[in-house]
Design a protein around this ligand. Structure first.
Ligand code: ADP
Length: 481
């Protein structure tokens, strides 16, 4: 306040000095006529109005009128005026000076306003860009208050979202915007301005309010239009993120429903088939009179095989659930992929008896970061599938290549192949190829587990295939440096 007064006094003093200077030069040194004096004093007035505003300009107008009268209108060096025509001249000077000040002040204010609007539009634009960065509702809501504070230089900002009945603040200690006022603002339809630089606005989506925004600043608050545009922008962004979240939730619910149905379907089929076979075999042994030892042995074999299958199914379902829940702890170390491939081929020596495996690995393969047991399992499963879905005698090849810090392993077979539609489904849990259920035993969990393991290693698994010509399953692993 004191600073402002001192500044105003300094402006008066400078104005007085300017008028005194012009008067001195024209009275003492130049001896010009009255019109020239009036015009040059008018210039001082205009200059003052353009730079310092109306108040200083009126002061300069009055002292210029006095100086003009005292030094230039006869009788000079008195404040009296002899000729009535000079009264008119003096009055005309005063009126011109004051109205010119007015006009100049208005032009200055309009320029200032245009500048302010441009500045605010730039801030709005920057803020809108910032809001597009995230689609996640929780992140968006916690970001809005701090972003508004940053872009519009407020001291505190609070956002109330009715749907969540929660208030988000620019900082934890921002308490100048009380919760009750924000809730009231959400119900009102108007901007609420409170004395000390505090303002509340409802966030309107058409005629519906979805919350409110409260801002608190030390400087001049933005114009009403800017605040309304800001509130509109926030309302749209929040509403969009809420809608997206609802959609994602609905999709997740649909997906979980689909999985549940698939699981039920699989359980009824995959569990029932072995159970039925076991039950039928037991009934056969107990109730069929006169069975030979060989026949009984055969039924025991069925029981054993089907029990193993049941066991495998349950073990795979548990493993998948653990991988999904990220409960599996990987023991990652640098290994050569050759170790995993050799181990898998060794373990499957019997299964692979009818399908020759060609391994094509460059000598200088770099080490990769992996859990040896799990990656061996991945290779083993891909090899098992290659055997299961190819004719006996057809070859299976394993190759590896490196590119930009990544090692890719390919397992290729010359089997029946997988059509394009199925290629996108085979990695889903419980998905089994059309018609495979009846022909080949399996659970539909193998590739889902394989994918979960590869992804836990930050890798990717893909399948390329041409029906009738075979399939290539490729997975990547990060190279260890
Ligand atoms: P499962 O073999 O127990 O059915 P998987 O998850 O291992 O389960 O495989 C899912 C489906 O992908 C299989 O039912 C089969 O249709 C298809 N598939 C997998 N590997 C191959 C392959 N090498 N060639 C052709 N089809 C394959």
């Amino acid at each position: 306040m004191v600073r402002k007064r001192i500044l105003q006094l300094a402006k008066y003093a400078t104005g007085t000095t300017a008028v005194a200077g012009v008067t001195f030069i024209e009275y003492r040194l130049l001896h010009v006529n009255d019109v020239t004096v009036a015009l040059s004093l008018l210039l001082v007035v205009l200059f003052t109005a353009a730079s310092w505003g109306l108040r200083s300009a009126i002061y300069v107008s009055v002292i210029s009128t006095l100086a003009f009268n005292y030094f230039f209108l006869p009788p000079v060096l008195t404040l009296t005026i002899a000729d009535t025509r000079n009264w008119v001249a003096l009055l005309a000077f005063l009126v011109t000076a004051v109205s010119a000040s007015h006009l100049s002040e208005r032009a200055r204010k309009e320029a200032e306003m245009a500048n302010r609007r441009r500045h605010e539009s730039e801030r709005l634009y920057g803020f809108s860009q910032q809001m597009l960065v995230t689609e996640n509702l929780a992140e968006l809501l916690s970001r809005i208050p701090s972003d508004v504070t940053l872009f519009f230089e407020f001291t505190q900002v609070a956002l109330f979202v009715s749907e969540r009945n929660r208030i988000y603040r620019s900082s934890g200690d921002a308490k100048d915007l009380p919760a009750e006022r924000l809730r009231e603002a959400a119900k009102s339809r108007e901007l609420i301005l409170e004395g000390t630089g505090i303002l509340y606005t409802p966030l309107m989506m058409g005629v519906r309010s979805i919350g409110s925004l409260g801002v608190c600043g030390t400087g001049t608050l933005p114009t009403r239009e800017t605040i309304e545009a800001l509130a509109g922008m926030i309302a749209i962004a929040v509403e969009r993120a809420i809608a997206l979240e609802r959609l994602t939730r609905a999709e997740a619910a649909r997906e979980s429903e689909r999985l549940r149905t698939a699981l039920l379907d699989s359980i009824t089929h995959e569990l029932r088939t072995p159970l039925t076979a076991i039950k039928a075999s037991i009934t056969g042994v107990r109730e069929t009179p006169g069975m030979t030892g060989e026949q009984i042995e055969e039924l025991y074999c069925v029981i054993e095989e089907e029990t193993d299958r049941l066991n495998r199914l349950i073990a795979e379902a548990v493993e998948m659930a653990q991988l999904d829940a990220r409960e599996v702890k990987l023991d990652i170390h640098p290994y050569s992929i050759r170790t995993a491939i050799d181990a898998a081929v060794e373990e499957l020596s019997q299964t692979l008896a009818e399908n020759p495996v060609q391994t094509d690995l460059p000598e200088s393969l770099p080490m990769v970061r992996m859990d040896l047991a799990y990656i061996t399992k991945v290779v083993r499963h891909l090899l098992e599938n290659a055997v299961k879905y190819s004719a006996p005698g057809t070859p299976i090849s394993i190759s590896a290549e490196t590119d930009e810090g990544i090692l890719t392993v390919n397992v290729a077979d010359r089997g029946e192949g997988i059509d394009e539609l199925e290629q996108s489904l085979i990695f889903d849990k419980f998905y089994r190829g059309r018609g495979q259920r009846e022909l080949v035993s399996g659970t539909g969990m193998g590739l889902a587990i394989v994918r979960a393991i590869v992804e836990a290693h930050n890798g990717r698994i893909t399948c390329t295939s041409q029906p009738g010509y075979g399939s290539v399953f490729s997975f990547t692993l990060p190279i260890a440096y």
